[in-house]
Design a protein around this ligand. Structure first.
Ligand SMILES: Nc1ncnc2c1ncn2[C@@H]1O[C@H](COP(=O)(O)OP(=O)(O)O)[C@@H](O)[C@H]1O
Ligand SMILES: N[C@@H](CCC(=O)OP(=O)(O)O)C(=O)O
Length: 386
């Protein structure tokens, strides 16, 4: 289970795109109200990461923050958590105002822009919305803005809820193909048993993400504010590892926790992904997605894809096969019919047929709107047989 110290520090040191998740109990100081000092501290560190202040390397960071329900309950004067789902949803809507506002203020004080993004399970299960969410988040990251994400509690009920933001954090890590997921909580990390209940529990420094032995160690939530407990964090690490992201579970009040992690300090519990990102992406495309159609490309485009790692532009397309929607997986074939690659289509088949052989300047007059210059962006493309 153990790795040597260099490997451990390298995982976070080399991470360029991170998803940081903080739980309700930390964000709201166990339900007492938004913890301005703590949010200020994380914001200062997030800003430093974006600027490269930790080690001279700028990073892209997404914050997944819980706390809306707890803060909403406080604002509404409710002392116990309501049972009715619509009351929880109402509390979340009230609390989310304060939550977003506080991150906005604290990040701005540190010279960094922020953006509120509310997501549901259905958003990520729907391929078009998945692609839209992905494009929006990647655009925000490219702008140096920190997206602050929570579940869109207003429109979900129990059955389709993520339910805990650990899962949401992992799905966001999958969505943007993050290098690492950092879960900040009220414990130093994972112990062999719930330390609140078992004083003999031993700290786990590192393990393989997805190791089934971890699931047996994890108990439920420790406070009345937190929801998932450690089990959802262990499962989140497994899920994040599916797209090649390693997970760290650490104490959110550890001084400079985020900065020290990316400097390679061994803090918290590291759950190492066993699959590299590119391999994971290939696997994901191969396993989860059905081919909906294909585009045929000319020799020039085939060379750019195969040997130069470029995106597929419509100008290199000669034909479109089948019917597909934006966000569907399509094959890219060369003139001989050989499959070069698979990827997520930015355009539905009907639009793609209009765009064949066309330069991007002509897209707007043809479609009536300006959209992506690529048919398949290189980030959403995997080469076959390579
Ligand atoms: N094996 C374990 N190691 C550490 N903490 C555990 C373990 N099993 C259960 N827990 C509990 O999980 C809690 C953290 O989960 P939770 O309360 O949901 O926090 P958050 O709001 O940060 O998601 C801890 O306070 C702890 O009591
Ligand atoms: N969307 C909910 C978060 C759900 C939740 O409690 O998550 P967590 O505290 O991370 O286990 C909220 O903001 O209150």
């Amino acid at each position: 289970m153990n790795m040597n110290a260099n490997q451990v520090s390298d995982v976070l040191r080399h991470a360029r795109r991170l998803v940081v998740k903080v739980g309700s109990s930390l964000v709201t100081n166990e339900g007492r109200g938004l913890d301005e000092v703590a949010i200020g501290e994380w914001s200062r560190q997030l800003a430093a990461l974006v600027r490269g202040g930790a080690d001279g390397v700028p990073r892209e960071v997404i914050m997944v923050s819980s706390g809306a329900i707890a803060e909403g309950m406080k604002r509404l004067g409710w002392t116990s958590r309501p049972k009715e789902i619509h009351e929880l949803q109402a509390a979340a809507a009230v609390g989310q105002m304060g939550l977003a506002q506080m991150y906005e203020t604290k990040l701005r004080e540190n010279g960094i822009g922020s953006a509120q993004v509310l997501l549901t399970h259905a958003d990520l299960a729907d391929r078009e919305r998945y692609l839209n969410a992905r494009s929006t988040l990647l655009t925000l990251l490219g702008l140096g803005v920190v997206p602050v994400i929570n579940e869109n509690d207003t429109v979900v009920n129990d059955e389709i809820k993520f339910g805990d933001n650990d899962t949401l954090g992992a799905l966001v890590a999958n969505l943007v193909e993050a290098d690492a997921l950092v879960i900040l909580t009220d414990q130093k990390g994972l112990y062999t048993a719930d330390p609140r209940r078992d004083p003999a529990a031993q700290f786990v420094h590192e393990a393989k993400a997805g190791d089934p032995a971890l699931e047996a160690m994890a108990g439920g939530a420790g406070s009345s504010i937190g929801r998932g407990g450690m089990i959802t964090k262990i499962l989140a690490a497994k899920r994040a590892a599916g797209s090649g992201a390693s997970t760290v579970i650490a104490w959110g009040r550890e001084p400079d926790v985020l900065l020290r992690l990316v400097q390679g300090q061994s803090i918290g519990t590291l759950l190492v992904a066993q699959t590299a990102k590119t391999q994971a992406r290939k696997q994901w495309m191969a396993d989860h997605l059905q081919l909906r159609g294909a585009v045929v490309v000319d020799d020039g485009a085939a060379t750019k894809l195969r040997h130069e790692g470029k995106s597929l532009l419509p100008i290199g397309m000669t034909a479109v096969e089948g019917e597909f929607a934006r966000g569907d997986v399509i094959a890219v074939r060369d003139a001989s019919g050989a499959e070069i690659a698979r990827g997520l289509a930015n355009y539905a088949s009907a639009e793609a047929r209009l765009l064949c052989r066309k330069p991007s300047l002509e897209f707007e007059p043809l479609l009536g709107y300006a959209a992506e210059p690529e048919m398949v962006h290189r980030d959403n493309l995997v080469l076959m047989g390579g």
